[in-house]
Design a binder for this molecule. Structure first.
Ligand SMILES: [Zn+2]
Ligand SMILES: [Zn+2]
Length: 261
């Protein structure tokens, strides 16, 4: 299996990084996890040539906040095969995914509605925690976030974003080769946002390191990186996480990572 990060920035894209999107290739099937500004990398020649070989793209959303969906309409022009969109519904999350996707692609928001796209395959809303797509097993974990979000596991790879990872994540990611985790905050900022019993809504360095260590995963990648952090703060994020879980890295956009099947 191959995982290619397309956008690792949290909330706002920066001059160097895009907002959330990740491409996963497994058993000749292609999955896109979130469609933030990272989708723009589909424009790049090498990537476009690679994508042109695929007849289907399965798009999974962690949730539908703007930074995870703003590249969706670009796919009308950027993917020639058929697009299948999967959104979680109640009781997994509180939002009405199908309705939101139709609104985002409605003529008021965009030139052509989803059902008229020549590359539209299907829009599927699900409320189960396991799906089988083209023989690939996808596991879903409902998470706490404003409106709710879901964690997604494909084989030994897990994508955990827009939540603060908790105890239930330990079982969900157990045995994973690679886990990408929302790490929006360092220790100082996490303590500031959670003062007065407020919820963080996102992960933080030390907390994620502890979860990764307890789950005994092989490698942890930090994503949804705080867009306001400079390189010094990003390095600090890494070293704080490594104090709990040594094999931690920040993935590079456009550089594929091999994951054991
Ligand atoms: Zn986000
Ligand atoms: Zn969010």
């Amino acid at each position: 299996m191959k995982v290619t990060p397309l956008g690792i920035s949290g909330f706002i894209p920066t001059s160097k990084t895009d907002s959330s999107s990740f491409l996963v290739e497994k058993n000749n099937s292609l999955f896109l996890l979130d469609a933030g500004t990272g989708v723009k990398k589909f424009l790049e020649k090498d990537m476009a040539a690679e994508l042109s070989k695929s007849k289907k793209l399965h798009i999974f959303f962690s949730h539908l906040h703007h930074d995870h969906t703003c590249g969706l309409t670009w796919l009308l022009k950027l993917f020639k095969g058929k697009i299948f969109i999967y959104v979680p519904k109640s009781p997994l999350v509180k939002f009405e995914g199908e309705k939101i996707i139709h609104e985002l692609t409605s003529p008021n928001m965009f030139g052509s509605s989803l059902k008229e796209w020549p590359n539209f395959g299907d829009l599927i809303s699900y409320n189960t925690t396991e799906l089988l797509i083209d023989g690939v097993d996808i596991k879903i974990l409902p998470q706490k976030h404003s409106g709710g979000s879901v964690g997604i596991r494909i084989g030994k790879f897990a994508y955990i974003t827009d939540t603060e990872p908790t105890k239930k994540h330990i079982d969900f990611i157990k045995g994973c080769d690679l886990v990408l985790m929302d790490t929006m905050f360092d220790k100082k900022d996490y303590e500031a946002v959670t003062a007065n019993n407020k919820k963080a809504e996102h992960g933080w360095s030390i907390g994620n390191g502890i979860i990764a260590s307890k789950a005994k995963i092989k490698q942890l990648g930090l994503i949804h990186i705080n867009c306001f952090y400079d390189s010094h703060q990003i390095n600090n994020l890494l070293s704080e996480t490594r104090s709990q879980f040594k094999n931690t890295m920040i993935p590079q956009e456009g550089v594929s990572i091999s994951v054991e099947d």
